[in-house]
Design a protein around this ligand. Sequence first.
Ligand code: NAP
Ligand code: MG
Length: 402
Amino acid sequence: MELIRMKYPIAELDGDEMTRIVWKQIKEELLLPFVELKTEYYDLGLPNREATRDEVTIEAAEAIKRLSVGVKCATITPNAQRVEEYGLSNMWKSPNGTIRSILDGTVFRRPIIAPNIAPVVSCWKKPITIARHAFGDIYKASEFKADRKGYGELVFKDKEGNVVSAQRIAELDSGDVLMGQFNTEKSIRSFAHSCFRYAISEKEDLWFSSKDTISKIYDHRFKDIFEELYENVYKKEFERLGIRYRYMLIDSAAAGIMRSEGGMIWACKNYDGDVMSDLISAAFGSIAMMSSVLVSPDGKFEYEAAHGTITDLYYRYKAGETVSVNPTAMIFAWTGALAKRGELDEIPSLTAFAKALEQACIDTIASGTVTGDLSPLCKKEAVDTLSFLKAVRERVGRSLQT
Ligand code: NAP
Ligand code: MG
């Protein structure tokens, strides 16, 4: 069979431990036999981050900016134990944090659905994607606990220190608590742009929720910014694609999600997104069936699996055991990037290959060939990683021939 050609490369960010091993297997088994793969390779494995003093992470983020599309393997975020294990000179920062701040992006978590892995909520038929605004609110708040009677105030001063506004919040007594939180227009705008762009990219409805009826200035600011960008920038494109933007109160959005069949992107404020993304991913089954995309406000896309480097299985693998890692979310990271490259560079055969590979993965799981994480969920015997990959390869090979 002739290999599918690519025009421009994808920024490829390699990673650590078990996912680094499976990354290579996915390329060998599922990509290189079908595609003349073009990537710019960046080794974000911890030893190379140490060797380059983490410069490689910054170079990789710049490459995603330049090439518009990246795919990333899971990486270790070092803690004290990792510093010792890898003999590090520094406790290097989380690569995902570094990349997110360079791209100024929002993370979208998207479940992968197979017919025999039923979501806990029986009416959910399509994925529910959560976008979390990962900046500000209670995550960057100042807090205070009173140790005597008094009152709390919300004070704003100009740069010279003159009081512009002072409001009484409440009378406090010893043991009472107080919090001050903020957000920035710039960050809310970036978040909203990323959400609208991702909805257009996926051709799915976008919901945004907050509590503006109670928070008439703070949450209302979020609502207004979303509304303004929708009306002025994205409405035409949404209408052309036949998708909808809806603003909802957070409680009514939560109730609406429970009764929906899925298929929407739900943009959440920071705390709501923190809670809802764990709730949604648990309800859909396994962390290995959750993909993740970082989208920048100017439309750069970085695809990855939501899970980490699976340290426990890596040590068992190193000790000579045959392990059963579910590669589905990692495969979907690759197919997401290849499909996006195909769309941007107008190579329909590349996009079609990516879709065929996704379908082959789902059909393999549906046929009962599953890895250890899914085996208890569908009562089938688990196969090892490589057997699963070979089953997918056979299926995708067959589907491309017909
Ligand atoms: P993890 O690697 O996601 O693993 C947590 C557990 O989930 C595993 O022990 C395994 O459970 C299960 N699991 C995850 N992915 C699986 C897969 N593909 N197939 C089968 N089972 C899977 O999270 P962690 O143990 O908290 O973190 C390990 C390392 O990953 C840390 O160094 C952390 O810094 C890093 N991390 C990186 C990213 C990223 O780069 N995006 C994200 C999260 C964590 P069982 O015990 O049942 O086998
Ligand atoms: Mg959480």
